[in-house]
Design a protein around this ligand. Structure first.
Ligand code: C2E
Ligand code: CA
Ligand code: CA
Length: 709
């Protein structure tokens, strides 16, 4: 079947003259001549359009199938199978119609349909296999199945063709066509599943195009029709032209649907990725930017910063005593408080000002276009005032303060990391100075943070090196001025820095989990030393929250008393409110068991905690120690005197004795005595002293008393 025998012959002659006598060389030339000479250009163009668009769509859908892990995978697989099979099938039939031969009478509908089913089912099966594993030879196996489906569809499609003649095949072309489809099918799948560059997806589409085209033209070159007179009265055949136009229209529609589905999916993915990004930058509780979000805002500000005369202010905000609110009223109230504060902060912000929550009770405030130091400090003062204002959650009135650290671009840092870090260092300083204040970053703060970590390292081995010592501070009766007891206070003799204050190293020990070991040591040392004193006075030992929470603390106290021989009634354990508030129920149990040993329990630093009144009612304390803060102004400020008096009245009604801490003057002592306070502790009677000095003092007192008697 050669419609242009002369031309074909001349190509053959050309091939001979070019010595293309090798078998495959000649075959290739024959395939090319089949494409160029045996096919109608218009229908060939339609087939090429379908194949090109279809291949791109099919391979994208196949990639989508591989990306999908959920139950949508089956749906994407069906769509990919229909579009892939439909592309292969319609390309074949449109190309068949392009194949110009008068001997073709029409197409058998049943077989035509069968070839479509083969294409769709085969291609779907190929995708099932090729997408079953992330990386495996099953990918290429799927590709081979894809190629074989294309071949099966093609030869079934040829069988559907009614011709007035006999079809004969050149077996070598048939084999070549099957080998080619398997190779290019495998290549197409592997380009999607094993991409090496971003262009591989195009490589996959091109491979599919070559797979289908190579099969068609190789197979058609190997096919000849020997004309025969056939009875054409057999209607029921579909004419080539009408089949071609219908297929083309339906296929275009299918491709349109596929590409629409694909773009809806892409838009959805883009939309949800933007949504996820937005969520990942936002704090879910307060709906303000989280740490990353705040960093992004600051980075953007720094990028856009062009005005050299302006600055950017960064405030690190650390709420004071938030943990206590959480513990006293529950996490729900804590969360609501954070929400309310975040809203208030956001509400107070003007243009170019932003608020973020960077974790727990830590917020950040950022302000651009700051033209003077005054503008920066008034921004900080405004934020502090917002946080200082009382908040009512449910019916609980809450008033917090904040430790605020400020850092300014460019003086204190030029990157978001440095600015945030330096503001946080300044906030930590504000907190360590008692909270409720604004501290600006200073260059030495980095250095101090480093020093702190060096101290932590040294503290870890201070006990083993014998650098620790227990000092004692007297507790006296307000009327008789007699010594009633002492408080054991830890001292650290640092080999380089000299005496380090417990106000410095106790918080470090608490942060680093060393406090339980230190506390144990103080307990044992104080008990052991107290046994040998001339006067059997009480010894008070501070107990940190971590010690109280530790398993076996009660047993440890019992063992220390047994080991040292100190009568339990002489030991008083000082507990702060923050030490019991975390788990009230458990703390009550521990305190009850300690009291069963015969040990006394004192509430330390009374007045600085959050829910002092309710705590007093639920805990069986033996003493209340009013904090120094209220005692220092007792003789001058009516307010302090009123607080002290109210505490004493209330304690009396609960039958708990009160001790006033930090008494420095006779005037304070007189006022306290007049208010009904029974015991005092303070510099008036002595600063904390080493054991030897206390021992001598007690011996001296005993001798004086004995002589007087
Ligand atoms: P604290 O338990 O409230 O101890 C009383 C603190 O007030 C002591 O400070 C004491 O020297 C000081 N102080 C007493 N009277 C006066 C006064 O009249 N005026 C002034 N300005 N201060 C006075 P210190 O020894 O520096 O201890 C500070 C804090 O360190 C203690 O406060 C306590 O919380 C902690 N601490 C000390 N030793 C230990 C310990 O062995 N274990 C635990 N967990 N904490 C300890
Ligand atoms: Ca104490
Ligand atoms: Ca105290």
């Amino acid at each position: 079947m050669r419609p242009y025998p002369e031309l074909n012959q001349s190509i053959g002659t050309l091939a001979t003259s070019l010595r293309w006598t090798e078998f495959w060389g000649f075959r290739l030339l024959s395939v090319l001549s089949c494409l160029a000479l045996d096919h109608d250009p218009a229908f060939t163009a339609l087939a090429v359009i379908i194949l090109a668009i279809g291949s791109v769509s099919t391979m994208r859908l196949f990639a989508r199938v591989r990306r999908t892990e959920n139950d949508l995978k089956t749906l994407w697989l069906c769509l990919a199978g229909i579009i892939g099979g439909g592309t292969v099938w319609s390309t074949h039939f449109v190309a068949m119609i392009a194949y110009e031969s008068d001997l073709i009478l029409g197409y058998d509908p049943a077989l035509t349909l069968t070839s479509l089913v083969i294409a769709v089912v085969g291609v779907s099966a190929a995708f099932v296999v090729a997408s079953s594993r992330k990386v495996s030879l099953l990918i290429e196996t799927g590709g081979v199945i894809f190629g074989l489906s294309v071949a099966a569809m093609h030869y079934t499609g040829i069988a559907a063709m009614a011709v007035s003649g006999l079809i004969a095949w050149d077996l070598s072309y048939v084999i070549a066509s099957v080998v080619l489809v398997m190779i290019f099918g495998a290549l197409a799948m592997s380009r999607i599943a094993r991409p090496v560059t971003r262009f591989c997806k195009y490589g996959a589409s091109v491979s599919m195009i070559i797979c289908v085209a190579a099969l068609h033209y190789t197979a058609m070159t190997g096919m000849t029709i020997e004309p025969l007179i056939v009875d054409t009265a057999d209607s029921g055949l579909i004419s080539g032209q009408s089949l071609g136009v219908t297929i083309f229209a339906v296929m275009l529609l299918l491709l349109l649907v596929a590409s629409l589905t694909y773009s809806i999916d892409m838009k959805n993915a883009e939309h949800s990725s933007r949504h996820v990004k937005h969520l990942s930058l936002q704090d879910p509780l307060t709906c303000v930017p989280n740490r990353r979000g705040a960093e992004c805002i600051l980075d953007e500000m720094l990028d856009m910063h062009v005005d050299d005369t302006s600055r950017i202010a960064v405030l690190a905000i650390d709420l004071d005593r938030f943990r206590e609110v959480n513990n006293a009223y529950g996490q729900g109230v804590g969360d609501q408080l954070l929400k309310a504060l975040a809203q208030r902060l956001v509400g107070s912000c003007g243009e170019g000002e932003h608020i973020g929550r960077i974790g727990g009770d830590h917020f950040i405030a950022i302000k651009k276009d700051v033209y003077s130091r005054h503008a920066a400090s008034s921004f900080a003062a405004r934020i502090a005032a917002v946080l200082d204002a009382p908040t009512v959650i449910g019916d609980v009135p809450l008033q917090l303060a904040a430790s605020i650290g400020s850092a300014t671009f460019p003086e204190d840092g030029t990157t978001s990391d440095k600015l945030m870090e330096h503001a946080a260092l300044a906030a930590a300083r504000a907190k360590s100075e008692g909270g409720g204040r604004i501290v600006g970053y200073e260059e030495g703060m980095d250095q101090r943070a480093r020093e702190k970590s060096l101290l932590a390292r040294d503290l870890a081995c201070a006990q083993d090196k014998g650098e620790l010592e227990v000092y004692y501070q007297l507790q006296n009766d307000t009327e008789s001025r007699e010594i009633t007891g002492v408080e054991a206070l830890l001292r650290w003799h640092h080999p380089v820095n000299g005496m380090v204050s417990p106000g410095v190293f106790i918080p470090i020990a608490e942060e680093n989990g060393m406090i339980t070991k230190l506390g144990d040591w103080v307990l044992e040392t104080a008990c052991a030393e107290a046994v040998g004193w001339a006067k059997p006075i009480n010894v008070a030992v501070n107990v940190a929250a971590a010690q109280l929470e530790e398993q076996g603390f009660v047993e440890r106290v019992r063992d220390v008393l047994a080991k040292t021989g100190l009568p339990p009634s002489r030991l008083e354990l000082e507990i702060t409110e923050s030490g019991i508030i975390a788990d009230m129920g458990a703390a009550v149990q521990v305190i009850r068991r300690l009291k069963l040993l015969g040990v006394k329990i004192a509430m330390d630093d009374y007045g600085t905690g959050y829910s002092s009144l309710s705590t007093l009612q639920s805990f069986p304390f033996d003493k209340i120690k009013i904090d120094r803060e209220f005692v220092s102004g007792v003789d001058q400020s009516c307010q302090s005197a009123a607080i002290v008096q109210a505490t004493i009245i209330m304690a009396e009604s609960l039958d708990i004795p009160v001790l006033a801490e930090g008494v420095e003057t006779e005037a304070q002592l007189n006022t306290l005595r007049a208010l009904g306070c029974k015991q005092i502790q303070g510099f008036l009677f002595g600063k904390p002293m080493p054991m030897a000095k206390l021992k001598a003092l007690l011996e001296n007192e005993e001798t004086t008393t004995a002589v007087a008697a």
